[in-house]
Design a protein around this ligand. Structure first.
Ligand code: ADP
Length: 245
């Protein structure tokens, strides 16, 4: 069975102020995987996502989404940024934020209508935030905002989802709600890429993993490569204890 390639990264190098933070990364991510990117702080995990999404220009290398440059495939991709990275100074309700996710599927000038509103309300219900639909986004907790972002990504009906630390600072029930939705997306054939910190939950949550520390240490199925050797190479200390706990 040949599996389609959702994301391919070739020879990608990214630098800030001439200092490389990602070095010569090659990645082939098959369609339909739920993948964690793991690595220590400053390993370049967020930068990798931003480079794939064209938010940061690499100094070398290329990225393709289903065989084409990202600019041509924008509609296929949804992105949930890191919590707290968005400044909500302007007044917007939770429902408005979710409805923004439908804009990509509308022609320009067209405003979201009944269909988009219904889909947005359904997404809010799915993430357990329907009762907050009229609340100003700035008046929600960080974890609640994270759920709203997830709902917005859901209505985009993308093929590939990128999430930067969706579990950061959320409570246990939000974490379970989020992972269940991510697993549902995988079941629907979507490809989901998540920057993840909790090594303990990697085998339970994900089926694919990329170890990153400026360079790519390893990438592949969790069952084959999530081992002490790769953890030690990535984090520089022995992780046997942490993983086998
Ligand atoms: P991670 O997500 O793995 O914690 P990041 O991709 O955020 O790592 O950062 C990788 C490296 O790039 C770090 O050393 C960080 O300090 C640096 N960095 C990130 N963003 C910027 C920026 N806008 N300007 C300069 N350096 C940055």
């Amino acid at each position: 069975m040949s599996q389609k390639i959702a994301i391919q990264v070739d020879d990608l190098t990214v630098a800030y102020n001439y200092k490389p933070v990602l070095w010569d990364i090659d990645l082939v991510i098959p369609e339909g995987v739920l993948m964690a990117i793991v690595g220590p702080n400053g390993a370049g995990k967020s930068t990798l996502i931003k480079a794939v999404l064209g938010i940061i220009d690499p100094i070398a290398g290329s990225v393709s989404i289903y065989g084409k440059p990202y600019e041509k495939q924008r509609k296929l991709v949804a992105y949930v940024p890191q919590k707290g990275s968005v400044d909500w100074d302007f007044p917007t309700t939770a429902l408005d934020v979710v409805m923004m996710g439908t804009y990509g599927s509308l022609g320009w000038i067209k405003r979201p209508g009944k269909k988009e509103k219904k889909a947005s309300l359904e997404a809010l219900e799915k993430v357990g935030m329907l009762s907050f639909k009229s609340r100003q986004i700035s008046q929600l907790s960080g974890g609640q905002q994270q759920r709203i972002f997830l709902a917005r990504a859901l209505v985009q009906n993308a093929s590939i989802y990128f999430m930067d630390e969706p579990f950061q600072g959320v409570d246990a029930s939000t974490e379970i709600a989020i992972i269940n939705i991510l697993k549902e997306l995988r079941k629907a054939g979507k490809t989901v890429v998540v920057v993840h910190h909790d090594l303990q939950t990697v085998p339970e949550y994900f089926d694919w993993v990329t170890f990153l520390n400026v360079k790519k240490i390893a990438t592949g199925p969790v069952k084959d490569i999530f081992n002490d050797d790769n953890l030690t190479k990535t984090y520089g200390i022995n992780y046997k204890v942490a993983v086998n706990k």
